[in-house]
Design a protein around this ligand. Structure first.
Ligand code: BJW
Ligand code: ZN
Length: 244
């Protein structure tokens, strides 16, 4: 299933970076964004995940986030997340660069995690920036409001918004330094995140994609492993580190 080249490169690598998307959390029960299964009430993510949509219809956008917050609070990391937490222990420098906002990598024990698109467990007021935990607002059926009257939004990155600079800088640096770079469970269509695999490749990394199906990235990857990340990653850990 894995090439000798991948096994030997990974065994010897001091610097490994893993870029993840919604697919790695799918086996935990978190819906993905794209494709038939990913759509919520027939909305495309671009229609809900933007500031204008929130101002136009805060209750609708809040309903979507409230639905996802509840799912995420109830589920657990899957073998794919745990395999990456295990991989981190085997390399001197290891980073997960995730587009996911579900916190599952940290919950699985991963230490170095850069979150490019924020975190759904945090919220803040769009007027005074006061922070709110999910616990404080989750009971509300309509878009919650701050004590100052402002709307409270999830601390995630919507279309047209800048990524958190520190997370991007750290993720980009990890991609540039990586000897082996994995892209796992992402359709690789949302930029600038989707540029990371190519940044890694141009800087000399061996780029490996793990996905259920081929994506925009596949033709540029050095190796494409088709299947579930929750099955492939544990097998890779076994194949690579059993004698190390
Ligand atoms: C499995 C599996 C299993 C399933 N095992 N695999 C340059 C070029 C072109 C466009 C742009 C560009 N720069 C900016 C843009 C515009 C825009 C963009 O990229 N648009 C494209 C859609 C065209 N980007 C932005 O606006 C970004 N900001 C920005 O660039 O700022 C600068 C700027 C400022 C002002 C003006 C202009 C520019 C911000 C992007 C923010 C994205 N936000 C979201 C929502 C986050 C909050 C939330 O979760 O609600 O992030 S959208 C959504 O998509 C979410 C995800 O992180 C992101 C990526 O999705 P992902 O993870 O790839 O999921 P899916 O569903 O697409 O794919 C899942 C994959 O898993 C599939 O391939 C399955 O096959 C696979 N899979 N089960 C393995 N078990
Ligand atoms: Zn406020």
């Amino acid at each position: 299933m894995f090439s000798d080249k991948l096994i030997s490169r990974l065994k010897d690598a001091k610097l490994v970076a893993v870029f993840t998307g919604a697919g790695i959390s799918a086996e935990s029960g978190v819906p993905t964004f794209r494709g038939e299964d990913g759509l919520w009430k027939k909305f495309r993510p671009e229609e809900l995940a933007n500031f204008d949509a929130f101002i136009r219809n805060p209750d609708l956008v809040w309903e979507w986030y409230r639905y996802r917050k509840k799912i995420i609070a109830d589920i657990k990391p899957n073998p794919g997340h745990y395999a990456l937490a295990e991989m981190e222990k085997r390399h001197e420098h290891f980073a997960i660069i995730t587009q996911n906002i579900d916190n599952l990598h940290r919950r699985a024990g991963s230490k170095t995690v850069y979150e490019l698109h924020g975190n759904i467990e945090r919220n803040y007021c769009i007027d005074c920036r006061k922070s709110y935990s999910n616990k404080e607002i989750i009971a509300q059926e309509k878009a919650p409001r701050c004590t100052c009257g402002g709307l409270i939004r999830p601390d995630v990155v919507w279309f047209g918004e800048f990524l958190p600079q520190d997370q991007w800088d750290a993720g980009e640096a990890a991609a540039e330094r990586a000897e082996v770079f994995f892209s796992v469970g992402t359709s690789a269509v949302v930029y600038p995140a989707a540029s990371l695999p190519m940044i890694a490749k141009r800087a000399g990394a061996y780029v490996v994609e793990i996905n259920l199906e081929r994506t925009e990235l596949s033709h540029q990857a050095d190796e494409v492993l088709l299947g579930k990340s929750g099955e492939i990653l544990p097998k890779l850990i076994n194949a690579c580190y059993q004698n190390k």
